[in-house]
Write a protein that binds this ligand. Structure first.
Ligand SMILES: *[C@@H]1O[C@H](CO)[C@@H](O)[C@H](O)[C@H]1NC(C)=O
Length: 167
Protein backbone atom coordinates (compact mmCIF):
# COMPACT_ATOMS: atom_id res chain seq x y z
CA UNK A 1 0.00 0.00 0.00
CA UNK A 2 1.09 3.56 -0.64
CA UNK A 3 0.37 6.40 1.70
CA UNK A 4 0.73 10.05 0.82
CA UNK A 5 2.23 12.26 3.48
CA UNK A 6 2.34 16.01 3.67
CA UNK A 7 5.85 16.75 2.37
CA UNK A 8 6.23 19.66 4.80
CA UNK A 9 4.87 18.12 8.01
CA UNK A 10 4.88 14.35 7.53
CA UNK A 11 1.17 14.04 8.30
CA UNK A 12 -0.61 11.27 6.46
CA UNK A 13 -3.20 12.81 4.13
CA UNK A 14 -4.23 10.11 1.66
CA UNK A 15 -3.53 6.56 0.52
CA UNK A 16 -3.83 4.60 -2.68
CA UNK A 17 -7.06 2.99 -1.49
CA UNK A 18 -8.61 6.20 -2.81
CA UNK A 19 -8.54 6.89 -6.53
CA UNK A 20 -7.40 10.28 -7.70
CA UNK A 21 -7.71 12.24 -10.91
CA UNK A 22 -5.03 14.75 -11.87
CA UNK A 23 -6.29 18.17 -12.86
CA UNK A 24 -4.72 21.58 -13.53
CA UNK A 25 -1.58 20.22 -15.19
CA UNK A 26 -1.09 17.69 -12.44
CA UNK A 27 -0.98 20.37 -9.75
CA UNK A 28 -4.16 19.13 -8.08
CA UNK A 29 -5.59 15.72 -7.32
CA UNK A 30 -9.32 15.32 -7.19
CA UNK A 31 -10.50 12.56 -4.85
CA UNK A 32 -14.08 11.51 -4.16
CA UNK A 33 -14.97 11.30 -0.48
CA UNK A 34 -17.97 9.45 0.83
CA UNK A 35 -20.26 9.76 3.83
CA UNK A 36 -20.17 6.48 5.75
CA UNK A 37 -21.32 5.20 9.12
CA UNK A 38 -18.36 5.34 11.47
CA UNK A 39 -16.96 1.93 12.34
CA UNK A 40 -19.62 0.26 10.24
CA UNK A 41 -19.01 -3.42 9.69
CA UNK A 42 -21.18 -5.18 7.22
CA UNK A 43 -22.82 -8.00 9.09
CA UNK A 44 -25.49 -9.88 7.27
CA UNK A 45 -26.59 -12.89 9.23
CA UNK A 46 -29.50 -13.45 6.93
CA UNK A 47 -31.82 -13.35 9.91
CA UNK A 48 -35.08 -11.57 9.53
CA UNK A 49 -34.82 -8.63 11.93
CA UNK A 50 -38.58 -8.26 12.29
CA UNK A 51 -38.73 -11.78 13.71
CA UNK A 52 -36.53 -10.79 16.66
CA UNK A 53 -38.73 -8.21 18.23
CA UNK A 54 -38.22 -4.48 18.42
CA UNK A 55 -35.17 -4.41 20.70
CA UNK A 56 -32.85 -3.16 18.00
CA UNK A 57 -34.96 -0.18 17.14
CA UNK A 58 -33.23 3.14 17.48
CA UNK A 59 -29.78 1.85 16.57
CA UNK A 60 -29.82 3.96 13.44
CA UNK A 61 -30.28 7.10 15.49
CA UNK A 62 -26.96 6.49 17.19
CA UNK A 63 -25.01 5.84 14.04
CA UNK A 64 -22.38 8.53 13.53
CA UNK A 65 -21.83 9.48 9.94
CA UNK A 66 -18.40 10.63 8.89
CA UNK A 67 -16.63 11.36 5.63
CA UNK A 68 -14.31 8.43 4.94
CA UNK A 69 -11.23 10.48 4.00
CA UNK A 70 -11.54 12.80 6.98
CA UNK A 71 -12.06 9.90 9.36
CA UNK A 72 -9.32 7.66 7.94
CA UNK A 73 -6.58 10.29 7.97
CA UNK A 74 -7.87 12.24 10.97
CA UNK A 75 -7.98 15.43 8.92
CA UNK A 76 -8.62 18.51 11.02
CA UNK A 77 -11.13 21.02 9.81
CA UNK A 78 -9.97 24.63 9.83
CA UNK A 79 -11.82 27.92 9.86
CA UNK A 80 -12.68 29.00 6.32
CA UNK A 81 -10.29 31.05 4.20
CA UNK A 82 -11.48 34.03 2.22
CA UNK A 83 -9.61 35.02 -0.95
CA UNK A 84 -7.19 37.31 0.85
CA UNK A 85 -6.30 34.78 3.54
CA UNK A 86 -5.97 32.05 0.95
CA UNK A 87 -3.60 34.07 -1.24
CA UNK A 88 -1.50 34.85 1.84
CA UNK A 89 -1.46 31.15 2.71
CA UNK A 90 -0.51 30.21 -0.86
CA UNK A 91 2.44 32.61 -0.93
CA UNK A 92 3.94 30.97 2.11
CA UNK A 93 3.04 27.48 0.93
CA UNK A 94 4.62 28.06 -2.50
CA UNK A 95 7.76 29.41 -0.86
CA UNK A 96 7.97 26.45 1.50
CA UNK A 97 7.36 23.91 -1.23
CA UNK A 98 9.71 25.53 -3.74
CA UNK A 99 12.49 24.98 -1.23
CA UNK A 100 11.73 21.24 -1.22
CA UNK A 101 11.27 20.53 -4.92
CA UNK A 102 13.94 19.95 -7.51
CA UNK A 103 14.50 19.71 -11.24
CA UNK A 104 11.53 19.12 -13.51
CA UNK A 105 9.11 19.00 -10.61
CA UNK A 106 10.22 22.42 -9.47
CA UNK A 107 9.93 23.85 -13.00
CA UNK A 108 6.46 22.41 -13.47
CA UNK A 109 5.35 23.64 -10.06
CA UNK A 110 6.55 27.17 -10.73
CA UNK A 111 4.85 27.15 -14.12
CA UNK A 112 1.45 25.83 -13.11
CA UNK A 113 0.77 26.54 -9.44
CA UNK A 114 -0.61 29.99 -10.20
CA UNK A 115 -3.15 28.48 -12.60
CA UNK A 116 -4.14 25.95 -9.95
CA UNK A 117 -4.56 28.72 -7.39
CA UNK A 118 -6.85 30.60 -9.78
CA UNK A 119 -8.86 27.41 -10.27
CA UNK A 120 -9.41 27.23 -6.50
CA UNK A 121 -10.32 30.87 -5.83
CA UNK A 122 -13.97 30.71 -7.00
CA UNK A 123 -14.46 27.50 -4.99
CA UNK A 124 -13.31 28.93 -1.67
CA UNK A 125 -16.69 30.20 -0.53
CA UNK A 126 -18.19 26.73 -0.93
CA UNK A 127 -15.23 24.79 0.45
CA UNK A 128 -14.23 23.21 3.71
CA UNK A 129 -10.57 23.37 4.66
CA UNK A 130 -8.58 20.62 6.33
CA UNK A 131 -5.01 20.02 7.45
CA UNK A 132 -3.25 16.91 8.70
CA UNK A 133 -3.42 15.57 12.20
CA UNK A 134 -0.54 17.61 13.65
CA UNK A 135 -2.25 20.89 12.67
CA UNK A 136 1.20 22.31 12.00
CA UNK A 137 1.12 25.96 10.85
CA UNK A 138 2.78 25.09 7.56
CA UNK A 139 0.60 22.08 6.89
CA UNK A 140 -0.75 21.56 3.43
CA UNK A 141 -4.40 22.53 3.01
CA UNK A 142 -6.85 19.99 1.67
CA UNK A 143 -10.08 21.45 0.27
CA UNK A 144 -13.42 19.73 0.07
CA UNK A 145 -16.55 20.90 -1.71
CA UNK A 146 -19.75 19.48 -3.10
CA UNK A 147 -20.14 19.44 -6.84
CA UNK A 148 -23.52 20.51 -8.18
CA UNK A 149 -26.14 18.17 -6.77
CA UNK A 150 -23.59 15.82 -5.19
CA UNK A 151 -24.27 14.33 -1.76
CA UNK A 152 -20.64 13.28 -1.23
CA UNK A 153 -17.73 15.73 -1.11
CA UNK A 154 -14.91 16.06 -3.61
CA UNK A 155 -11.45 16.65 -2.11
CA UNK A 156 -8.69 18.65 -3.74
CA UNK A 157 -5.06 17.93 -2.83
CA UNK A 158 -1.93 19.78 -3.86
CA UNK A 159 -0.20 16.95 -5.69
CA UNK A 160 3.35 18.24 -5.33
CA UNK A 161 2.96 18.63 -1.60
CA UNK A 162 2.45 14.89 -1.20
CA UNK A 163 5.23 12.47 -0.48
CA UNK A 164 4.59 8.90 -1.54
CA UNK A 165 5.61 6.36 1.09
CA UNK A 166 5.44 2.56 0.79
CA UNK A 167 4.08 0.76 3.80
C1 LIG B 1 7.91 27.77 5.75
O1 LIG B 1 8.43 29.07 5.55
C2 LIG B 1 8.51 29.84 6.73
C3 LIG B 1 8.88 31.28 6.37
O2 LIG B 1 9.75 31.35 5.28
C4 LIG B 1 9.49 29.19 7.68
O3 LIG B 1 9.59 29.92 8.88
C5 LIG B 1 8.99 27.77 7.98
O4 LIG B 1 9.90 27.09 8.80
C6 LIG B 1 8.77 26.98 6.71
N1 LIG B 1 8.15 25.72 7.06
C7 LIG B 1 8.53 24.54 6.59
C8 LIG B 1 7.77 23.36 7.10
O5 LIG B 1 9.43 24.39 5.78
Amino acid sequence: MLVYQDLLTGDELLSDSFRYTEIENGMLWEVEGKWVVQGAVEVNTGANPSAEGGDEEGVDDQAVKVVDIVDTFRLQEQPTFDKKAFVTYMKRFIKNLTAKLEGEQLESFKKHIEGATKYLLPKLKDSQFFVGESMHDDGCLVLAYYKDGATDPTFLYFAYALKEVKC
